[in-house]
Design a protein around this ligand. Structure first.
Ligand SMILES: [Zn+2]
Length: 275
């Protein structure tokens, strides 16, 4: 699933190409997107001639702001892709929406093999309301003090689950939670409330560092991820624990990386140097 660094990379590409563009047409190609619209949703026709004023990431979601207070909320979930393509490209059965623009040769496609993603046509105020109830703060915006407070407040959660809970902190999924905990030398099983002062600081810094490095390399291409230009990321080559079970720990060289499920999610860690 695309996480914060991948979605951030997609947004950078979309902004470079789409800011200030006027929509020619938004088309839902397959009916499941229509079924996923929330109450009060706009019809795709409402986007005709609307201008894109801004695009940003919040958690793992992408928000578009159009003139007239119209918005578009996109979540790629497991296998979603949002990218600019040549109109000559053949539309396959996994492509569910198409957005065309005046003065732009390329069109924006929403493709999603497993169909867990959504593209919701909402007023900007509805999107803001939804974000407020669904998402905690951003890892790059939260202060160290607030981070510490959230560790205590959700102190009974294991660190792996604490990181994955979008209502506590937004944007982190299975890959980066493992990489962050490895960097911080903390066990995914540790309870959030049990960290010492020094460990909490290390954890906070590790989260930012890992996410920054992943953004710099345009994210990790595991399974289907591509950026707004259809290009793969490079951070998968830097993964130190994720999907490396059975390999010797790259830091302590004492134990092999272990794969274990926590709340049904595969977790990779070193049992020797993550305490
Ligand atoms: Zn180790």
């Amino acid at each position: 699933m695309p996480e914060l660094p991948e979605v951030e990379t997609i947004v950078t590409g979309l902004k470079a190409n789409l800011l200030g563009r006027r929509v020619k047409e938004l088309v839902f190609i397959s009916p499941h997107l229509k079924k996923k619209q929330l109450p009060g949703a706009f019809r795709p026709e409402a986007y005709r001639r609307r201008k894109i004023l801004d695009i940003w990431r919040r958690g793992k979601m992408i928000v578009f702001r159009f003139d007239g207070q119209l918005g578009l909320l996109v979540h790629l979930k497991m296998t979603g892709q949002l990218f600019l393509a040549d109109p000559a490209r053949k539309i396959d059965k996994h492509t569910h929406a198409r957005l065309t623009f005046y003065g732009l040769k390329k069109e924006l496609l929403f493709r999603d093999i497993r169909k867990f993603g959504f593209l919701n046509c909402l007023a900007l105020s509805q999107i803001e309301e939804k974000i407020k109830t669904d998402l905690g703060p951003e890892p790059f915006e939260i202060s160290l003090n607030d981070f510490r407070y959230l560790l205590k407040r959700h102190g009974q959660k294991r660190l792996k689950n604490w990181l994955l809970d979008q209502k506590i902190i937004a944007g982190i999924g299975n890959i980066y939670s493992d990489e962050i905990l490895f960097r911080a030398r903390l066990s995914p099983f540790r309870l959030a409330g049990s960290l010492t002062e020094e460990q909490a600081v290390r954890f906070y810094r590790a989260a930012r560092r890992v996410l920054e490095e992943a953004i710099a390399l345009k994210g990790s291409s595991i399974s289907d991820y591509v950026d707004a230009m259809g290009e793969k990321g490079g951070y998968q080559r830097r993964h130190r624990v994720y999907a490396r079970d059975g390999q010797l720990c790259p830091r302590c060289h004492r134990e092999k990386i272990v794969r274990q499920k926590i709340n049904g999610r595969s977790t990779f860690y070193c049992p020797a140097c993550q305490l």
